[in-house]
Design a protein around this ligand. Structure first.
Ligand code: BMA
Length: 378
């Protein structure tokens, strides 16, 4: 009896030790910098309290203004900056001095430094040109991914593109010379069919190979250890299996996320809120099982024509959910080339301004003052 009891106790102790050695929520990069490890741990913790609110290109421009130091549409409405800044590298691969939304890369680096130094987090996407056809990221030419994998005829072209991305990411430095951590979101909306890395343009296996090659190249060849890697589908999955169909592996992913937008009035179409809640439940289950972080990597309702959208729809759909962050897409304003107006955060005087202030005051929405209080990098 005694021996059996001892054996059971011993076995339980081993089981406990080995499960704690699995290090829940450790980064996939064992050599990640101190600040990067800390950011990941803090996001893990802060996600129990609430979600960081982010905004794409927040410091660069807003509705009716561009490149004015200190400005931010979100700050002008709430008195506080967003907790997370989204930036975009499309254009860098062809040596353009500005990204595809006209933000000069030199200015972008300054904005990234500013946000980081105030305590905010940084996330980066890359709508890179199609390396096979040299057209834009929105050229879903079949065969592109196959052509850039190792051994493929366009592999070198892709590697040259990646070298430019790596140089940019390596050059983001804080005041002590430390590299600024980045939530890097390569090949985003991967289950959609509009980008060259999309679901209709490559097989799941080709996609996984591309993702793995990219992360491992940045890590081992370019020695980048400031990256938290974000796996990001579009919002079109119904099951965990669908969400994970192109998942490249736990060793190259830290955050599991999706993008979803409201298009129709919430009065006539509840599908945005319903799907957001359902899909976040799936993603949170995946995150928990894999010791990753869940996030809503892009969202919004362009022009926010519904005055109570923030508390009435978004915060309601996110109730009892724990994404680490929610990124609102960019306040482009009027786009003459497309003759459309696009913005996802309110500006002063916009119809949802008052509700956004209520949204700001909710305990679960974290803006930059919260991020500074949380000391994301310590
Ligand atoms: C899209 C739009 C485009 C933009 C692109 C990349 O959703 O906002 O105007 O060029 O993202 O940022």
């Amino acid at each position: 009896m005694k021996l059996a009891a001892q054996m059971i106790t011993g076995w339980l102790a081993i089981a406990f030790l080995s499960s704690s050695c699995a290090q829940p929520n450790a980064l996939s990069d064992a050599s990640a910098t101190k600040e990067t490890v800390n950011l990941f741990k803090k996001l893990n913790k802060s996600s129990q309290e609430g979600y960081l609110i982010g905004h794409q290109d927040d410091l660069a421009y807003g509705v009716n203004w561009k490149y004015q130091p200190g400005r931010s549409d979100i700050k002008e409405v709430t008195g506080d900056y967003p907790a997370l800044y989204g930036w975009e590298l499309g254009g860098l691969e062809k040596d353009s001095p500005v990204d595809l939304d006209s933000v000069p890369f030199t200015l972008m680096k300054q904005y990234i430094r500013e946000g980081y130094q105030r305590g905010g987090a940084i996330t980066i996407s890359w709508h890179g040109n199609n390396p096979l056809t040299d057209k834009t990221a929105w050229d879903p030419a079949p065969g592109t991914v196959a052509s850039i994998l190792p051994g493929g005829p366009k592999h070198e072209v892709f590697v040259q593109q990646l070298n430019k991305i790596a140089a940019f990411l390596a050059d983001l430095k804080g005041s002590k010379g430390e590299t600024i951590p980045v939530l890097y979101r390569p090949f985003h909306e991967l289950t959609g069919n509009w980008f060259w890395w999309g679901a209709n343009s490559c097989t799941p296996d080709e996609f996984k190979q591309l993702f793995r090659f990219t992360v491992n190249y940045l890590r081992t060849k370019k020695h980048l250890h400031n990256l938290i890697i974000v796996y990001n589908t579009s919002g079109d999955f119904k099951t965990e299996d669908e969400f994970l169909q192109r998942y490249p592996g736990d060793d190259v992913v830290d955050v599991v996320s999706f993008d979803t937008y409201q298009y129709k009035s919430p009065d006539v179409d509840k599908s945005f809120a319903d799907n957001l809640s359902k899909n976040l439940t799936i993603v949170e289950e995946v995150a928990q099982a894999k010791h990753k972080l869940p996030a809503l990597a892009e969202t919004g309702f362009s022009q926010i024509p519904y005055p109570n959208w923030w508390t009435g729809v978004l915060a309601t759909a996110l109730q009892n959910r724990h994404p680490a962050y929610v990124l609102l897409w960019r306040n482009a304003g009027y786009k003459p080339s497309e003759k459309v107006t696009e913005y996802y955060a309110p500006y002063k005087g916009q119809v949802s301004e008052q509700d956004f202030i209520k949204f700001y005051q909710l305990p679960q929405t974290l803006f930059e003052k919260d991020a500074a209080r949380l000391k994301l990098y310590k």
